[in-house]
Structure formats: C-alpha cells, structure tokens
Design a protein around this ligand. Structure first.
Ligand code: ADP
Ligand code: MG
Length: 257
C-alpha cells in the first residue's frame, strides 16, 4: 500500500562512478509532492549526474532511488535487485520531464510539432488531441503566437519555453531542470524563470539545478548544496543562503553573489 506521506523522490545513499571516478558518494535526499528542490554547487560536483540517475539516463552503482514509490532502474525479485529492461526503463522515464541547458529541440520541426511529437509517438495520442493540448501548453508558456515558428526563428528564451511545454505534454509527475537558464543571454533568463515559477505555483514537483540564487530563495522549498559528490548542506533556502554553516557553502556563495 502507498503511504500518504510517501515523497515524490527519495534518494538513499545513491552512489555513481564512471570507472575509477566516484562522482556521487552517497546522496540521500527527499522531495515531497508539490515541492521544489534547488540543487546548487560548483561545476563537477555531480549535480547533472544525480538528475540523470533520477531520470534513469544513468544507472546507479549503489543505493536506491525511488520516484513516486517506484524503484528507479531495478526490479526487486526474491530479495534481489535486477536491472530493468530498456523497455521498462523507458516506461518509467515517461513520467519524468527533463529540461536541459541546451534545449535540444528538433530543428526542422515547428514549436507545435516539437510539442506533439512524444504524445503521438509514445502516448499514442491522436494528432488532433495532441495538437489541442500543445496549443494550450504553448499558451501557458506565453508562446501561443509562435506555434508555427521553427527553433531558429525563436530566441533562446523562447526555445527553452518550448522545451518546457514539450516536457509538460507528457503529463510528468516530476520535472527535472538542469541549468535551464545557463545558456541564455541575461535579458532572457527572467521569462524562463517566470514560467518555472508558475509551474511551481501550480503544484508541480521539481528538482532544479541552477545558479539563480534569487529563484532558489523565492521559489524553492528546499535547497541542497552539493560539492565533491556529497550533499554538504541542505535546508530552507533562505536560511542556508543567509547563514551557510559549512565553509564550502560559504566559499561557493561568496563567489556567486
Ligand atoms: P555538475 O553537473 O555538478 O557540473 P556532473 O555531474 O556533470 O557535475 O559531473 C561530475 C563529474 O562526473 C565530473 O568530473 C565529470 O567529468 C564526470 N562525468 C560526468 N559524466 C561522465 C561520463 N559519462 N563519463 C565519465 N565521467 C563523467
Ligand atoms: Mg551539470
């Protein structure tokens, strides 16, 4: 039975290495339903790898990751863990939306065509049904009038908003953002953060890797600071940002602010 209090994401001592390189050294954290976790930390600290593990783009080497109570990447049989088939893994990933630094839109498809692709291919929605929903989503990210534009005709901020609409078209229960504004010109950052802020307000559960401290302070329910493959410090964003306890957090924040 599913406990009412079950978090949307639970990481228990998650470890990941690439050959001899130990990148995640025992990450434990939880994200409750409807909550936003911001992950901050220096380059190379393992933030992207952690998100990729949550989305099963990487297989963890030890520890456990649960999304909505489902163990990610493995099936438990007779008390033993077996790696999931690619088909089962794809099914699991379907419910998790991911937005990358580089938007990765299909260049030869319009904004609308980008958004309807996965619902038609993966969810087997009819073209009409997918199109109607895509128009609603493009409207929601402020791009109703850009449905027929190609990525090259859109600014970086607009492309990233299409990428968010595309992820939402799969009705994810969790959204992962990996530095979604890092590749944008400064004047375009706000429009993307605005869409993310509204998404958070609508109750979406989100993990956001970002250097946007203002967003973390105002939107996140929790902040975790990662360094060297561990969570060094975590807690209420306002408290951690105003009064970091660890030297490494202090050092990192002093360089950002
Ligand atoms: P962050 O997102 O915090 O900058 P990453 O998770 O991207 O950090 O990377 C953490 C470390 O893992 C880095 O040293 C990086 O070079 C290494 N790494 C990431 N992906 C791979 C991979 N596929 N193969 C080998 N090393 C990797
Ligand atoms: Mg990264």
């Amino acid at each position: 039975m599913t406990a009412v209090t079950q978090p949307m994401v639970r990481a228990e001592q998650v470890r990941k290495n690439f050959g001899a390189l130990e990148v995640l050294k025992g990450i434990s954290l939880e994200v409750d339903r409807g909550e936003v976790l911001c992950l901050i930390g220096p380059s190379g600290s393992g933030k992207s790898t952690f998100l990729r593990c949550v989305n099963h783009l990487e297989v963890v080497n030890a520890g456990r990751l649960y999304v909505d109570g489902d163990l990610i990447g493995y099936r438990e049989r007779n008390g033993k863990l077996h790696e999931m088939s690619p088909k089962d893994a794809a099914k699991q990933r379907r419910d998790i939306g991911m937005v990358f630094q580089h938007f990765n839109l299909f260049p030869h498809r319009t904004a609308l065509e980008n958004v309807i692709e996965a619902p038609i291919q993966v969810k087997k929605q009819s073209r009409a049904e997918a199109t109607e929903r895509a128009r609603t989503l493009l409207d929601r990210v402020g791009l109703a009038d850009k449905a027929n534009a190609y990525p090259a005709q859109l600014s970086g901020g607009q492309q990233q908003r299409v990428a968010i609409a595309r992820a939402l078209a799969m009705d994810p229960k969790l959204m992962l953002f990996d530095e979604p504004t890092s590749a944008l010109d400064p004047e375009l950052v706000g429009e993307v953060l605005g869409v993310m802020r509204e998404l958070a307000a609508s109750g979406m559960t989100m993990i956001v890797v970002t250097h946007e401290i203002g967003f973390a302070r105002e939107v996140a329910d929790h902040l975790a600071f990662m360094d060297g493959g561990v969570v060094v410090e975590s807690g209420n964003p306002r408290e951690v940002l105003a009064d970091p306890k660890h030297e490494r957090t202090k050092g990192f924040l002093s360089k950002l602010l």
